[in-house]
Ligand binder design. Structure first.
Ligand code: SF4
Length: 329
C-alpha cells in the first residue's frame, strides 16, 4: 500500500468564505479531519461531482469534476478504495472503469430522474421497433442501459458522437432536451426518448427573460439538458465543464449560470472576481450525500457498488467507443 499522509484542513486553508461562513466551516472541521484520517487508514480517495455540497467538494474531495472525468481520473490513482460522492449511476461508471478498485457510495439510494427514465429492456424494445438504427446513450444512465447501447456520449461530445456513426437516423436516449439540442446541431434524424433531468427541466425561458430585464446586458450560460426555450435565451450552451471553462475564460463582471445550486456555489469559489447570478435548482439526489455519510462510508466500508462483470464489459465497450471518437476523449 502506498504511503499516505493525513491532510489537516483548517478554516484558513480554503477560500470558501463566499459559500460557507467561517463559523459553519469551523464547526465542520472535526468531521473533515476525521474523514482525512480515515482516507489514510483505508487507502482511499474521495471523488466529488460538481453538484455535491461545498462542504464535501472543498472539504474532503481529492478529485472533483463531472461523472466521466471523475471515473477516468479514479482509474489513474493508486488508491484501493474510491468513495464516490455523487449519484448511483456515477459510482457504477467508476466501477466499470476501475473494476479492480473497491467503489463505495455513501448513500445507495441517491438516484437520478434521468437514469431512472429508461431500462435495458426499453433499449431492446427500441431496437425491435427501429431495426438497424444505432443507439447512443448519454452517460447519465445505468450500467444495464450502457451495456445495451452502441456508443455513449456526454453533453460536450454528443453531436460529435452522433455524427461519427455516419447514420441517417440515430436513437438518442434518455434526455429529450439534450436530444433536441443535438438535433438542432446536426442533419442526422434523431429518435428521442422522453427522459429529463428534473433539475434542468424546471428552468424556463420566461425566468431568464426576467433576469435580462433586471440585469441588462448580462450573459446567460446554460446546460443542453435545459428545455429549448431556455437554450434560446442562452448566450452559451455547454456541458458542466464547458460552462466552468466559459466563466474562467471570459471573466465577465457578472453572469447568469443556469445550473444546479451547488455547482454555482462551487464555481463561485474558483472565480471570486465574477458575480454569479444563480437561478439555481437543487438536485435532491445529490443532496443525499452528506459529510457524515462520507465518514460512515469510510468507517464501515459501505456501500460497495458491485456490477456483473459481463454487463460491465459490454458497458465499458460503449464508453470506450465514445472515447475513440476523435476529439471526445
Ligand atoms: S442533476 Fe439531474 S441528471 Fe444530475 S443527478 Fe440530479 S436529476 Fe440526475
Amino acid at each position: 500500500m502506498p504511503e499516505r499522509h493525513v491532510r489537516i484542513v483548517a478554516v484558513t486553508d480554503v477560500e470558501i468564505a463566499r459559500t460557507i461562513p467561517a463559523e459553519e466551516w469551523a464547526a465542520l472541521e472535526p468531521m473533515i479531519n476525521a474523514i482525512e484520517q480515515l482516507k489514510v487508514e483505508r487507502d482511499a480517495v474521495v471523488l466529488a461531482h460538481n453538484y455535491i455540497t461545498p462542504a464535501i467538494y472543498h472539504g474532503v474531495a481529492d478529485l472533483t469534476g463531472d461523472s466521466l472525468g471523475l471515473a477516468r481520473a479514479a482509474a489513474e490513482t493508486d488508491a484501493e478504495v474510491v468513495v464516490f460522492a455523487g449519484v448511483h449511476f456515477m459510482a457504477e461508471s467508476a466501477k466499470i472503469i476501475c473494476p479492480d478498485k473497491t467503489v463505495l457510495i455513501p448513500d445507495p439510494t441517491a438516484g437520478c430522474s434521468l437514469a431512472a427514465s429508461i431500462t435495458g429492456a426499453d433499449i431492446r424494445r427500441l431496437r425491435k421497433r427501429y431495426p438497424g438504427v444505432p443507439v447512443v446513450s448519454y452517460v447519465n444512465t445505468s450500467v444495464e442501459v450502457k451495456a445495451e447501447t452502441d456508443i455513449c456520449c456526454t453533453s460536450s461530445n454528443a453531436v460529435a458522437v452522433v455524427e461519427s456513426l455516419g447514420a441517417d437516423r440515430v436513437i438518442f436516449v434518455p434526455d429529450k432536451y439534450l436530444g433536441h439540442y443535438v438535433a438542432s446541431q446536426t442533419d442526422t434524424e434523431i429518435i428521442f426518448w422522453e427522459g429529463a433531468c428534473e433539475v434542468h427541466e424546471r428552468f424556463s425561458g420566461e425566468e431568464l427573460r426576467e433576469y435580462r430585464r433586471s440585469v441588462p446586458g448580462v450573459p446567460i450560460i446554460a446546460h443542453p439538458e435545459c428545455p429549448p426555450d431556455v437554450l434560446d435565451e442562452a448566450d452559451y450552451v455547454g456541458s458542466t465543464a464547458g460552462m466552468i471553462g466559459w466563466v474562467k475564460g471570459n471573466r465577465p463582471e457578472r453572469v447568469v449560470m443556469v445550473t444546479e445550486c451547488s455547482m454555482s456555489d462551487n464555481v463561485a469559489v474558483e472565480v471570486p472576481d465574477v458575480e454569479l447570478v444563480r437561478p439555481c435548482n437543487l438536485c435532491p439526489h445529490m443532496k443525499k450525500i452528506t459529510l457524515e455519510k462520507v465518514r460512515n462510508s469510510l468507517l464501515c466500508l459501505e456501500h460497495e457498488v458491485l456490477v456483473d462483470p459481463e454487463i460491465a464489459a459490454r458497458a465499458r465497450q460503449a464508453v470506450d467507443r465514445m472515447l475513440s471518437v476523435s476529439g471526445t476523449g
